[in-house]
Design a protein around this ligand. Structure first.
Ligand SMILES: [Zn+2]
Length: 374
């Protein structure tokens, strides 16, 4: 009815007073009913050039991925995926408890199947943490795993958060693990370490929290509600660990959760030459600051590696688009990582090559370099 009235009286300004609240059903609010953040999904009207690479511009090495199943059938499937993505090599790590038998079996299975395409990392033995010989025992296990074929040590995020002994939470820089870090340094295998989670997950779930939607959907990730330590404590502990072991190479997973503060991350890399980073699960952080991120990748081109973590073939495509193109305002992988769109970084070829494979070839021992351009 209202539309007809407006059409009938196009010049009659007072007609708009019909929008004012009046008798009848209560209006839902100015302009109509509210919708939730979960529902809000506007379709962009922006028309700009789009590129959606499904294959990386150069062959790449994924240094952060988890595949417990290394049966020949599974490896066949992974090779198909890798060929479609231009993934030359996959460095597979167990999430937890992979030391000993798993890593020996996985190294042998990978080598038997496709020695040029797969490598494995191991985990740290975290049993009997309070026995006096713990450090020596865990370091010896690492050495055994290295001899069985492990080329890296993966430390799961439970380290520093959920790992406990009779005294409570064990800190990331607890000295009992020093023999393990020293053993990694002795054999020159990198330690890929995930500490903490995004900052917002440690903050109150309120209207100012950028991770509000993630906290809503993934309630178990609400660290502020279930922990008595802070994000800052965990990150400081991690950085102290890095500083205490200058002979050990560390790769901080997920940009060390400093994707929102590349200045602070750059300062860390300036201070500690044994530290590198990997870019899994932080595409939304990079894609909202394409100019700062571009400067970061150029300046620290020798320190950043490609890692994805959660395995999903189609999601790799978004990484390629983010890193390689100058596309604007495109959809993120997960809306709950940030309610905003992404912009491509358009990294130059020489930077891309380092990120995709050159840095990994340098850092990990014994990787086959055939097939990776000079
Ligand atoms: Zn992981």
């Amino acid at each position: 009815m209202r539309r007809i009235l407006l059409l009938a009286l196009p010049f009659a300004a007072p007609t708009f007073a019909a929008n004012a609240p009046g008798p009848g059903p209560a209006p839902a609010g100015p302009g109509g009913p509210s919708i939730s953040i979960e529902e809000f999904d506007p379709k962009s009207t922006l028309r700009v050039p789009e590129h959606k690479p499904t294959r990386a511009k150069f062959p790449f090495i994924d240094v952060h991925t988890h595949h417990r199943d290394v049966t020949p059938a599974r490896l066949d499937q992974l090779i198909k995926d890798m060929d479609s993505l231009n993934m030359g090599l996959m460095i597979n790590s167990p999430v937890g408890g992979g030391q000993g038998k798993w890593v020996a079996d996985a190294a042998a299975a990978s080598k038997a199947h496709s020695p040029a395409r797969f490598r494995v990392m191991t985990n740290m033995d975290q049993s009997k943490l309070e026995e006096p010989d713990y450090g020596a025992r865990a370091a010896a296990q690492l050495e055994t795993d290295i001899k069985a074929g492990a080329i890296g040590l993966k430390v799961w995020k439970g380290f520093g958060m959920t790992l406990q002994d009779s005294q409570g939470r064990i800190k990331v820089d607890d000295p009992r693990f020093d023999p393990v870090w020293a053993m990694a340094g002795k054999h020159k295998i990198p330690v890929l370490i995930h500490t903490a989670d995004p900052w917002g997950l440690f903050q109150p779930m309120d209207k100012n929290n950028e991770r509000w939607l993630e906290l809503k959907i993934q309630a178990r990730r609400n660290q502020s509600a279930q922990t008595n330590y802070t994000w800052e404590q965990l990150i400081d502990e991690q950085h102290r660990l890095f500083a205490r072991h200058p002979q050990t190479t560390f790769i901080a997973a997920h940009l060390g959760w400093l994707g929102h503060d590349l200045g602070k991350l750059g300062a860390l890399l300036d201070r500690l030459p044994n530290v590198h980073v990997e870019i899994g699960a932080i595409t939304s952080e990079l894609g909202r600051a394409p100019r700062a991120a571009h400067r970061f990748f150029v300046k620290y081109q020798d320190r950043v590696l490609f890692g994805k973590d959660a395995y999903n073939v189609a999601e790799y495509h978004v990484y390629f688009r983010l890193l390689e193109t100058d596309d604007e305002y495109f959809d993120p992988i997960r809306k709950y990582h940030g309610i905003w769109k992404l912009y491509g970084l358009a990294l130059p070829d020489d930077v891309l090559k380092k990120l995709y494979y050159k840095n990994a070839l340098k850092l990990f021992p014994g990787l086959p370099s055939a097939g990776f351009p000079q």
